[in-house]
Structure formats: structure tokens, C-alpha cells
Design a protein around this ligand. Structure first.
Ligand SMILES: [Cu+2]
Length: 137
């Protein structure tokens, strides 16, 4: 009768696996415009996500993202390559917040990503470390 307890145990482990692999909730944050006319958003990066996932900003208004990474040895960066929209940066993130400044000049959706990669392993972006910068009227 030893085996009878094994099936529920295996089932419990199988049911728990997806929860362990779950990403943090994909939040959307709309930038708040300060009294100085700058729209600001705090961004946290880690293995393998950006929080918020989706950042909404107004076109033709200066943006300042305050970016930092979670604790740990794994390096992360944050990049948006959309020079046609006035957005072109690639910044290494640290545990201390760093400002990233730009002024979006064109509405649209632009990918945010981390392009770090260890040797031949999948890049962080491939592992899900990406987000969306949405520039609206
Ligand atoms: Cu990364």
C-alpha cells in the first residue's frame, strides 16, 4: 500500500510547476506629468520581466524613466530603438535608480527589451524580458 500515496504527491507537484514558472503580472502604467512638465515612470527589470510591462506616455512631452534592476548578480539593460520617434537608448541597469530621458515625437507602439545573453543561452528578451512603450496623443 506504499504506492497509494505517491499518485496524489506526483499530481500535486505537476500542478505546482506552472505556478513556479509564472511571470509577474503584466501591468500597464500611464506616465504622470509632473509640475515641471516631465512625465515620469519607475521601471524595475529582472529575470525575466519589466515591471510595468506596458508604459503609456504622451507624444511631444519629455519623459524621464527611473530604471533599476532587482538584486542579484545577473546583469540587465533596458533598450528602446525607435530613432524615427525620437527614442533611442540602451542603458545598463543597476540596483540604484538611473534616469533615462527622451521626448517621443511620434505615436505608436515600440518594443522595450533587455538584450543581455549568457554565452549560447537564450537572450533575456527571448526569455520574456520585454515590454511595450506606447506613445499616444
Ligand atoms: Cu536582462
Amino acid at each position: 500500500m506504499k504506492r497509494s500515496g505517491l499518485v496524489p504527491l506526483v499530481l500535486m507537484i505537476l500542478l505546482a510547476l506552472p505556478a513556479l514558472a509564472a511571470e509577474p503580472a503584466k501591468r500597464t502604467v500611464r506616465a504622470t506629468i509632473g509640475s515641471d512638465g516631465v512625465q515620469r515612470v519607475d521601471v524595475l527589470g529582472g529575470g525575466y520581466y519589466f515591471d510595468p510591462y506596458r508604459i503609456v506616455v504622451k507624444v511631444n512631452v519629455p519623459v524621464e524613466l527611473s530604471v533599476r534592476k532587482e538584486a542579484g548578480m545577473v546583469p540587465h539593460n533596458i533598450a528602446v530603438k525607435a530613432p524615427e520617434a525620437g527614442i533611442d537608448f540602451d542603458v545598463d541597469m543597476a540596483k540604484e535608480p538611473k534616469p533615462v530621458r527622451f521626448t517621443p515625437t511620434k505615436t505608436g507602439s515600440y518594443p522595450i527589451y533587455c538584450d543581455k545573453q549568457l554565452l549560447f543561452f537564450a537572450s533575456h528578451r527571448e526569455k520574456g524580458m520585454e515590454g511595450v512603450l506606447e506613445v499616444v496623443e
